[in-house]
Ligand binder design. Structure first.
Ligand code: CP
Length: 303
C-alpha cells in the first residue's frame, strides 16, 4: 500500500510548488478565528518520544479546526506492554482515527505506518531522519521576516548529524533556492552532510558560516545522543556557542532561529535567546497555523 493522500512523511519527496502551497495556506490559518475544516474528524497524536512544541501545537491546530484529538504516549498505553507499531496503528484506526500524527525514535517508523494504514500519517519527527512540520514552520518564519527564501544565506550551526530538523530544513531551504552553510565539529557535522543538496557547504569555522548570513539557525547539542562520540562540551562552547559578539559577524538584520528546546549556556547564551534578533518564540507561535495547514491538507481541505 502507498501512503494515503494527504500524508506528510518528509520534505525530501515534496515538490517546491507543494511546499509553497502549504505555506500560502498557513498564512490564511488563524487559531483565534476557528474554522470547521476538520469538523467530525479524530486526530490521534501518537508520541513515542517526549515533545512540548510539536505535540501541543498539533493539538491546538486540530482543535482550532474543529477536530477531536486523542493523545497516545508510550507511558500509560499498551505500547508499554509490548504492542508493535503496526498493531497500535491498526488499533487506532479501528477506534476511529482519521489522521495519525506520529513521533518515533526510529527513522522510517511513520513510513512503515503509512504503508499499512489507509489514513493520512503525519511525521512529527522520526529518529535522525525528518521533522517536516518543523521545516515548514521555520520556512514560514523566514518568509514572515525576510519575504523570500530564494538567494538567502542560511547558516545552520550545531549537532546536524543527530538532527532531523536540520535534514528537513536542508531539503526545504535548498528546494526554495537558499544557500545553506552547515557549521560544527566533524563529529556533529560530517563532510557527507554537504551531499544532501548541491548548494550546501560545510565549514568548521563559525566566522565563515556567519559572514553574510541572513538567517542563523542553531541546533541543540543532543547530549543524550552523544554517547560514544568524543565531544568536549567546553570546547564546543568555546568554538561554537552563539554570543552577542559572534552574532555581529552575520548581517545586521540577520534573524536568529532555534527549533527548541534551547539549552542556555550550551549552544547559545541567554542574551542571545532573549535578544532582539531572536525569533525562537515566533517559530513556536507559527507552528500552530503551519500545522493547521498540514492537517487541513491531510483531510483534503487545503483549497
Ligand atoms: N522543535 C521540537 O520538535 O520541539 P518538541 O520536541 O518540544 O516538540
Amino acid at each position: 500500500m502507498s501512503a494515503a493522500r494527504g500524508s506528510l512523511l518528509g520534505i525530501e519527496s515534496l515538490e517546491a510548488a507543494e511546499i509553497l502551497k502549504i505555506l500560502k495556506f498557513a498564512r490564511r490559518m488563524n487559531p483565534n478565528k476557528p474554522r470547521p475544516l476538520l469538523k467530525g474528524k479524530r486526530i490521534f497524536l501518537l508520541f513515542y518520544e517526549p515533545s512540548t512544541r510539536t505535540r501541543s501545537s498539533f493539538e491546538i491546530a486540530a482543535k482550532s479546526l474543529g477536530a477531536q484529538t486523542v493523545l497516545v504516549q508510550t507511558m500509560g498505553s499498551s505500547i508499554e506492554k509490548g504492542e508493535s507499531l503496526l498493531d497500535t496503528g491498526y488499533t487506532l484506526r479501528a477506534v476511529g482515527a482519521d489522521v495519525i500524527v506520529i513521533r518515533h525514535p526510529n527513522s522510517g517508523a511513520p513510513y512503515v505506518m503509512a504503508q499499512h494504514i489507509d489514513i493520512p500519517v503525519i511525521n512529527a519527527g522520526d529518529g535522525l531522519h525528518e521533522h517536516p512540520s518543523q521545516a515548514l514552520l521555520d520556512a514560514y518564519t523566514i518568509l514572515s521576516n525576510k519575504r523570500r527564501i530564494q538567494g538567502l544565506q542560511i547558516a545552520i550551526i550545531g549537532d546536524i548529524f543527530h538532527s532531523r530538523v536540520a535534514r528537513s530544513a536542508c531539503h526545504l531551504l535548498t528546494k526554495l533556492g537558499a544557500k545553506v552553510i552547515l557549521c560544527g565539529p566533524p563529529e556533529l557535522v560530517p563532510d557527507v552532510a554537504a551531499t544532501l543538496a548541491p548548494t550546501i557547504r560545510v565549514t568548521r569555522h563559525l566566522e565563515d558560516a556567519l559572514r553574510g548570513a541572513d538567517v542563523v539557525m542553531l541546533l541543540r547539542v543532543q547530549k543524550e545522543r552523544l554517547a560514544g562520540l568524543r565531544i568536549d562540551l567546553s570546547e564546543y562552547i568555546a568554538r561554537y556557542q552563539m554570543t552577542p559578539a559572534r552574532l555581529k559577524t552575520a548581517k545586521k538584520d540577520a534573524i536568529l532561529m532555534h527549533p527548541g528546546p534551547i539549552i542556555r549556556g550550551l549552544e547559545l547564551t541567554g542574551e542571545i535567546a532573549d535578544g532582539p534578533q531572536s525569533r525562537i518564540l515566533e517559530e513556536v507561535h507559527n507552528g500552530v497555523q503551519t500545522r493547521m495547514a498540514i492537517l487541513a491538507r491531510a483531510v483534503g481541505k487545503m483549497r
